[in-house]
Design a protein around this ligand. Structure first.
Ligand SMILES: Cc1cc2nc3c(=O)[nH]c(=O)nc-3n(C[C@H](O)[C@H](O)[C@H](O)COP(=O)(O)O)c2cc1C
Length: 309
């Protein structure tokens, strides 16, 4: 890479920009269909209505996008991680196992998305190792479903900022409301999670680990067998990102290749011990008023959520 910029560090820094996730699709006059998971989508102009996204020049889908008269941008909803993973794996027939309907200019529309834009191909710009595609929006659906988000290599969801109530501070705990919300269990759990995270995550970051790296270290130390034969398919991050996270951990000397698999090094075990200790100490600070027995009940209650619905 030019300018002495380290490619992996650059990608990692770019990952701080939280985005949505889209699947962009097109079909050419020979009926060849393509679909690619893309988070480089953005709005450009209202009049005319223009949007853009970028495609790696080595993408297998380039020829079809280049020749198709139209493309569709399907903004994924929070429960469509599987679709995101599906369209981020290079494979022959991506549409054989996925439901879709044909849109304008034979673009392909996916059901149950958060929003969809059907675009006429407007311009293609040469930009380094990517092509920028500009599209003129000719139709759209605003389905308003909760979006799937992407941040630091992991999928996430939109949650109200805990600081929204007090704009003066960067992050302040959500205050306890009066009235019926005070008794609403869903609200209480969301509030508790927001407040817990805003106290806990800065401490975890202070140990030198991003959220996704800490998650990987927890998993590597608690379920090492998952990584014994290679890199496992995880549900909360695409395979390409898991590879990237593991490479980062390896570069820091926390992880080593062992045969076909991966394992934490001594230094990695130490980092894992620090992370577990932090997790435990945070829990004991926040839940200091609960006895061991009450804490046991509380944990069991949380484990049971989702078992009886
Ligand atoms: C969340 C996410 C966002 C992505 N964003 C882009 C992007 O903006 N541009 C791109 O070219 N590839 C992006 N990719 C990678 C492509 O989805 C992936 O390389 C895909 O296999 C390309 O398909 P193809 O080679 O069949 O064309 C992204 C992958 C993920 C998981």
């Amino acid at each position: 890479m030019s300018n002495d910029i380290d490619a992996r560090a650059f990608r990692r820094a770019l990952g701080n920009f939280a985005t949505g996730v889209t699947v962009i699709t097109a079909q050419n006059s020979q009926g060849q269909k393509v679909g690619v998971t893309v988070n480089s989508f953005n709005s450009v102009s209202l009049d005319p209505p223009l949007v853009l996204w970028s495609l790696a020049k080595d993408s297998n889908s380039f020829n079809v996008f280049e020749s198709a008269s139209h493309f569709a941008i399907n903004i994924l909803a929070s429960d469509q991680i599987e679709l995101s993973n599906h369209f981020s794996r290079p494979q022959e027939e991506k549409f054989a196992t996925v439901s879709w309907t044909a849109g304008i200019g034979d673009c392909l529309l996916l059901p149950n998305c958060a929003g969809r834009f059907q675009c006429e191909s407007y311009e293609r710009i040469d930009a380094g190792d990517h092509w920028i595609f500009l599209g003129k929006v000719v139709a759209f659906d605003d389905l308003g479903r909760a979006p799937l988000c992407y941040h630091q290599g992991s999928y996430s969801i939109v949650s109200t900022h805990p600081g929204m109530e007090n704009k003066g501070d960067l992050i302040v705990p959500l205050s306890m409301p009066r009235g019926r919300l005070r008794e609403n269990i869903y609200f209480l759990m969301l509030r508790a999670l927001n407040n817990y995270q805003s106290a806990y995550l800065p401490k975890q970051e202070a140990l030198g680990t991003s959220i996704s790296e800490a998650r990987a270290i927890f998993l590597l130390s608690d379920n090492p067998e998952l990584f014994a034969d290679g890199i496992p398919e995880l549900t909360n991050a695409p395979q390409s990102e898991v590879i990237e996270i593991l490479e980062n951990l390896r570069d820091r000397g926390w992880l080593a290749q062992e045969g076909k698999g991966y394992a934490l090094t001594e230094k990695g075990q130490l980092k894992a011990a620090q992370l577990w200790a932090l997790a435990d100490s945070q829990a004991s600070i926040i839940f200091k008023d609960l006895s061991a027995e009450e804490m046991g009940h509380f944990k069991q209650t949380l484990r049971n959520v989702g078992q009886h619905d």
